[in-house]
Write a protein that binds this ligand. Structure first.
Ligand code: ZN
Length: 264
């Protein structure tokens, strides 16, 4: 599932290609029946909040997209490629096209529905206007493991499975530690770290969380098997202490941690 960094990157790229332009819109597989309402309209802006995208065509005409586990976009320069697969939403101008397949949601929201969604979502580290204070207050009261709280989109929006594992490793916090036992200072550290790592992943198109000094190859670009400390490294030795990285299911997704570096 794409994390916030990828969603924000889609928003930037789609805004650059389509915002301010009159666009053609259709839904070749019919799974976005309202597409025809949008055909020939001007796309005003594209916004990302957490893992949600909003394409604003007018006050009560906002296309909401949530990619879910299997949704993805394809993009390119005209002409349009031949139709294939479950092509749910297609948008194009004289110069650019984009296609959406397999999303959890692609439907039109009115302003009230869009605002209700924003109100439900927690602080997004990729948004300059995000205020993490409410999230810190919720976490300070909860016995729920911090590994679950970090993935709760109503607390923090945009943090996915990779960032959950890696942010907790970098903070040396065990994912099972109850939220209330994570100090305010530790939470502020995680937030600051997320605000640094997530935009970097947006630019580089890969999520690199390891510091050069901790990698087996300390010089040059991180190799693919040394970009993460713990994510998908179960059974392998921790780069820092050598202990075997562990994993378990948490909240329907697998969480990874180092039993020595991360304190419960
Ligand atoms: Zn370790």
């Amino acid at each position: 599932m794409p994390e916030g960094n990828e969603i924000h990157r889609f928003a930037e790229r789609h805004a650059a290609a389509f915002a301010g332009k009159r666009v053609h819109v259709d839904s070749p597989n019919g799974a976005f029946p309202d597409a025809e309402i949008l055909d020939g309209r001007t796309l005003k802006s594209v916004e990302a909040v957490g893992k949600h995208l909003g394409y604003r065509f007018g006050k009560d005409l906002i296309v909401h997209v949530h990619l879910g586990m299997y949704g993805d976009f394809w993009e390119g320069e005209m002409p349009l490629p031949p139709e294939k697969g479950a092509l749910r939403w297609r948008m194009w101008t004289k110069t650019d096209w984009m296609e959406l397949r397999g999303a959890t949601d692609c439907s039109i929201f009115d302003e009230a529905k869009w605002q209700a969604l924003l109100a439900r979502l927690g602080a997004d580290p990729l948004r300059g206007d995000a205020d993490p204070a409410p999230a810190f207050e919720i976490i300070a009261k909860r016995k729920t493991p911090i590994g679950l709280l970090l993935m709760d989109q109503t607390i923090f929006a945009g943090v996915g499975n990779i960032f959950r594992a890696e942010l907790l490793y970098r903070a040396r916090i065990h994912p099972e530690r109850p939220g209330k036992d994570v100090s305010r200072k530790e939470m502020e550290g995680i937030w600051k770290d997320a605000k640094k790592l997530m935009p970097a992943a947006m630019e580089d198109r890969r999520i690199v969380t390891t510091l050069p000094k901790d990698r087996p190859h300390k010089r040059g670009t991180a190799e693919d098997d040394e970009v993460h400390y713990v994510y998908r490294r179960h059974g392998k030795p921790c780069f820092v202490c050598g202990a075997t990285i562990k994993r378990e299911a948490m909240g329907g997704r697998t969480v990874y941690w180092c039993p020595d570096c991360q304190k419960s």
